[in-house]
Design a protein around this ligand. Structure first.
Ligand code: GCW
Length: 723
């Protein structure tokens, strides 16, 4: 009796003690779904062994990442050899395939050409070696091997064929980095995933596993740089204790091919060393920055360089001393140049006392400086002329500064797209911008070709994304927000990748390659950003959000001290119509685009309807392409957006049998929040605009749930991301 009870107790404890693998999203896309039918068998057949002759830290990481992923995906741990005994380990069956990770240094005479792949690219080739099937992952450097290893795991995890592989891939952009708007007190500006992952307080001593997992995740999508601190910078980031903290992170990230950068505050010389001025042409100021750069490079020999937000939203800068952005950038560039460093100077500038259209001000400031920046300076330009809206036309600076390397700044965190809970996959937004034709050198002068340097012949190129990463277990505030980080990285590597293919990769790796999952989930993701445009700011409207926290609708706001912070500044709704006239009869912002595009935008009939109210003030009764009036069309777009979210809920509910309960439930609950908030955006917007347009709702459209005053009275003092 006792023995039976004892066994039972042991069994019970064992069961209780063996928690199901926590599906809390921490694994991100490096999830390597457990043995999954066909792909597990294929993996086992192709990757029974891993031959890795390399011995450096990065080579070993590449080997270990490959082994870890293959073991998890196939349920079988490959044999690991250094490759010296030929392709297969002793006694291995000659049919079992092997993966061979090699560089010319570790395996001279590789049977594959590596020219054009640079240090970060890779080749993957199926071949027969000593009578045995081998998949060669080759690169010029160990970092390239690491990227190749992750690329192979993507193939394995997504159920792609592992036969007859002949792949060559190299990044189109040199700098592929995240801008963390993380503050030294642990808060994250516009962050919706908890506290900052940088535990400044316990660095450099404590370096938790999170930092290594951060490096793995970023290396797996080819990101090679990280700006650790907010562009609304504190000078403290440049003090010795904080340089030591940054150096500890740089040491951890280095084997993953990831460099560390820092945002700098323009007046640091004054705040930290009591200089009387921050004039970039003052030799003392230049000397201070040179000494500071030397100090940083002593701690971080491969430090990437500086990111600068200057003369923007109250941040100090060279214009405070009658100098230009180029004067400022070039002084910093001279400080880091001896160390191979670069400066990223942000073009996000607009002044509250500048009466010109805010959408024109960055172009007006920067275009005249084309060609004046040092050769290690990039001007970092937001995708649109205002501020990371659900949709904006591409920034007119792209294509307008041929003698200056312009780098893209996307926002991965969703300040204006539903923050943490809304499922609004940003891949289509990024793709739309990258494919936009600037017509700068005729048709085909896309934004992607401007930033990858091919259009204007730049070697120094880059793409930055404002990170959506925080200390939450799921890293990004929700499982689906991870897809935006993933898409950013994949597009920085190859800006021509289709957003849909990226979504399919992400779903297959994060959830399952089962078409019963990838099919509906990818379809749902692909329309989700457009849905947000529809329920928030359809037909070219923009910047209609709540003040400060930017959470929720507030198109009625018109009394803020800064005119260009008022939503009414953007929609200009009146009894006749709505929209911002940016043609010659208005601000003439269209004049900042290439003439061929300006001509298209000058006429509401040829302006893409999705940008109509960005460029034109249109009468409520004007006809849209659908034949309906603008007013009716506006209401229908709002309703389409809400209906799409309801449809996402239906699709997601149908997937319950295929998704683990933890991640299923989070998404289900968040879709419920999104449904409620989409309705709120729709109702508040219609209540307000109807009070101006005085048009009846189109047949079938429901009246807003509350009256306008109810929506105006809503307050959210504790909305996240607005420290
Ligand atoms: O998107 C806006 C945000 C600010 C941000 C600023 C910028 C870091 O509302 O929070 O400040 O732009 O890009 O500098």
């Amino acid at each position: 009796m006792f023995a039976r009870l004892f066994c039972w107790t042991i069994a019970a404890v064992m069961t209780a003690a063996a928690p199901a693998m926590a599906e809390d999203g921490y694994a991100l896309w490096l999830h390597h779904a457990r043995p999954n039918g066909g792909s597990a068998e294929a993996i086992a057949r192709h990757a029974a062994a891993v031959m890795a002759p390399g011995s450096g830290a990065t080579a070993l990481i590449a080997r270990d990442e490959l082994v870890r992923g293959l073991t998890s995906a196939s349920g079988i741990a490959p044999v690991v050899t250094d490759g010296s005994q030929g392709a297969s380990p002793q006694g291995g069956s000659p049919q079992a395939g092997a993966i061979w990770l090699a560089t010319p240094a570790s395996a001279p005479g590789l049977p594959v050409k590596l020219d054009g792949l640079g240090d970060e690219g890779y080749a993957i080739r199926s071949l027969i070696r000593n009578g045995q099937p081998v998949t060669l992952i080759a690169a010029n450097s160990d970092i390239g091997l690491l990227h190749g290893a992750y690329a192979y795991l993507r193939l394995a995890d997504t159920g792609a064929s592992l036969d007859r592989l002949d792949i060559r891939s190299a990044p189109r952009m040199k700098l592929r980095l995240l801008n963390h708007w993380d503050n030294l007190d642990g808060t994250v500006e516009r962050g919706y995933a908890g506290q900052s992952i940088w535990d400044w307080w316990r660095l450099p001593d404590w370096k938790g596993p999170r930092y290594t997992d951060y490096a793995r995740a970023n290396a797996s999508i080819g990101i090679n740089g990280t700006v650790l601190n907010n562009v609304n910078a504190r000078s403290d980031s440049l003090t010795a204790p904080y340089i030591a903290k940054a150096a500890a992170l740089a040491d951890l990230f280095r084997p993953y091919g990831i460099k560390v950068y820092l945002s700098v505050k323009w007046t640091a010389p004054m705040e930290l060393s009591g200089l009387k001025s921050a004039d970039p042409l003052d030799p003392q100021v230049a000397a201070w920055w040179k000494a500071k750069a030397d100090e940083i490079y002593r701690a971080i020999p491969d430090f990437g360089g500086f990111l600068v937000k200057a003369n923007s939203e109250g941040q100090p800068g060279p214009q405070d001393y009658g100098r230009t952005h180029a004067d400022g950038a070039n002084m910093l560039a001279a400080a880091v140049k001896p160390h191979g460093g670069i400066v990223m100077w942000r073009a996000f500038v607009y002044a509250h006392d500048n009466p010109d259209d805010r959408a024109k001000q960055a172009y007006s400031d920067f275009k005249p400086l084309d060609g004046q920046f040092a050769d290690n300076v990039l001007v970092q330009v937001k995708n649109g002329p205002i501020d990371f809206q659900p949709r904006e036309p591409f920034h007119p600076l792209f294509g307008a500064m041929p003698r200056t390397p312009l780098m893209m700044e996307f926002q991965i965190t969703k300040e204006y797209l539903g923050q943490s809970t809304h499922l609004t996959y940003l891949g289509p937004l990024f793709e739309e911008v990258l494919k936009s034709d600037t017509f700068a050198r005729g048709k085909g002068s896309t934004v992607a070709r401007v930033i990858d340097g091919s259009l204007e012949g730049h070697k120094l190129t880059g793409m930055a994304g404002v990170a959506n990463i925080g200390a939450d277990r799921d890293w990004s505030g929700s499982i689906f927000n991870q897809a935006d980080w993933y898409a950013f990285g994949r597009l920085a590597w190859d800006p021509d990748l289709p957003a849909e293919a990226i979504a399919r990769e992400w779903v297959a790796q994060t959830f399952s390659p089962d078409p019963r999952v990838t099919g509906p989930v990818v379809a749902m993701m692909m329309g989700s950003r457009e849905a947000a445009v529809d329920y928030m700011t359809p037909l070219g409207l923009a910047h209609l959000m709540g003040t400060g926290h930017h959470y929720g609708p507030a198109p009625w706001i018109s009394d803020l001290a800064r005119p260009e912070w008022n939503p009414a500044y953007y929609h200009k709704a009146d009894a006749q119509g709505i929209g911002f006239d940016r043609t010659r009869t208005g601000s003439n912002a269209i004049g900042q685009y290439a003439p061929r595009l300006a001509k298209i935008l000058a006429d509401p009939r040829t302006t893409p309807e999705r940008d109509l109210l960005w460029f034109h003030h249109v009468g409520w009764d004007a006809k849209l392409k659908s034949g309906e009036t603008l007013w009716d069309g506006l209401v229908h777009h709002y309703d389409d957006g809400v209906a799409y979210v309801a449809n996402m809920q239906t699709i997601w509910d149908s997937l319950r049998p295929y998704i683990d309960s933890e991640r299923f439930t989070q998404t289900q609950v968040f879709l419920g929040i999104q449904r409620r908030e989409a309705q709120w955006w729709r109702d508040a917007s219609i209540a307000y605009f109807q009070s101006i347009a005085r048009r009846p709702l189109p047949p079938g459209a429901s009246a807003p749930e509350h009256d306008l005053d109810w929506y105006k009275a809503r307050r959210f003092p504790y909305a996240p991301g607005h420290p």
